[in-house]
Ligand binder design. Structure first.
Ligand code: TRP
Length: 333
């Protein structure tokens, strides 16, 4: 049996360069490896803190998956699916809830962080407390060995590992494997205002932005504040524009820019123009593919429905094993 990798994203809608060259690039890198790969839309997780925005979830799902596919995720090689279309996740979530100590959930760092960030009204629900249990179910129902995620999700993985040990102990059987996070290096990507690129800061460049919109955003983007005048030397490594050059510009050209910035022989305007060209050249075919995909949304839905059926076969097998372990092979039906 092949090892599996699995990861998911909440359906937040269209993706920005930070999402694409952070998380998604790492998913795509795994395509050549010998794993069964599962990638899914965590729409139930979106409901844990956003029930009042539930109407947006279907459109956000389509937008996000269009970005996945345009950027290179391949539904022939990867199983791409929607969490809520594989009901087995919910059943395993329910079963795991029966053995999950509430204290463990209250100690997960994101629990307190999210309450502080989003406020009590969005987070004082039972489903939100159970977020890590649902996430554990998502992962272990496919017996995933590796989970490519960002550093912010590591505590959830640690929780999953603990829950796996606890469950296996309870049923006295090694039903589940302990998944490991796959933390690959992600490039640092700043937004237009010099803070981390993020949808909630309204400082992001999206794949869905046109060439013109992208150019306009780059023109107003923060550069190294040391460079008040063109004659002031800068530190490229600390400039948001250079961070993007590192993704879109050839290596030897990057070196030249770094030097020219340090010697103040290149201005920020010129540096941005070079980036605009390279970035647009790379993104244009991806933007086109995205457009094409969004023009036939039914085919995106079809991919998700087919993918969910494929995922469901695997999930169902594991769930049967789980129930056999719990009811010591004597379950009825
Ligand atoms: N919690 C993840 C996030 O916010 C999304 C997620 C849900 C996930 N279930 C998962 C990621 C399982 C990896 C594996 O990004």
């Amino acid at each position: 049996m092949k090892n599996s990798v699995l990861s998911g994203m909440r359906p937040t809608g269209k993706l920005h360069l930070g999402n694409l060259y952070g998380a998604l690039a790492n998913w795509i890198k795994l395509q050549d490896e010998e794993y069964d790969r599962f990638y899914f839309v965590a729409d139930w997780h979106a409901l844990t803190t956003g029930f009042n925005e539930s109407k947006e979830i279907p459109d956000n799902t389509i937008e996000m998956v269009a970005d996945w596919l345009a950027f290179g995720l391949d539904h022939e090689k990867d199983t791409i699916f929607v969490q809520s279309l594989v009901k087995e996740h919910a059943e395993l979530f329910l079963l795991l809830s029966m053995i999950t100590p509430v204290g463990w959930l209250e100690r997960v760092p994101s629990y307190k962080d999210q309450i502080a960030q989003l406020g009590k009204s969005k987070t004082s629900n039972y489903g939100f407390l159970g977020y890590p249990v649902l996430m554990a179910a998502d992962i272990i129902i496919y017996k995933a060995s590796f989970v490519p995620v960002g550093i912010d999700q590591v505590a959830h993985l640690e929780f999953t590992r603990e829950l796996v040990r606890h469950f296996n102990n309870n049923v006295e059987k090694e039903v589940f494997v302990e998944p490991k996070p796959l933390l690959t290096e992600v490039p640092k990507i700043l937004g237009l205002d010099g803070r981390k690129m993020s949808k909630s800061y309204d400082n992001a460049i999206y794949l869905s932005d046109t060439k013109e919109e992208t150019d306009k955003k780059l023109r107003v983007m923060f550069t190294d504040p040391r460079r008040k005048r063109k004659t002031d030397p800068g530190v490229a490594e600390e400039c948001g524009i250079f961070m993007l050059h590192k993704i879109f510009t050839e290596k030897d050209k990057q070196e030249e820019i770094k030097q020219a910035c340090a010697n103040a022989t290149i201005g920020c305007v010129e540096c941005k123009k070079m980036l605009s060209k390279n970035l647009n050249d790379k993104l244009e075919p991806v933007r086109q593919k995205r457009e094409e995909l969004l023009n036939k949304q039914d085919s995106i839905k079809e991919i998700l429905i087919e993918g969910s059926k494929k995922a469901q076969k695997v999930a169902k097998n594991t769930l049967d094993e789980v129930k056999d372990a719990i009811f010591s092979n004597r379950r009825i039906g």
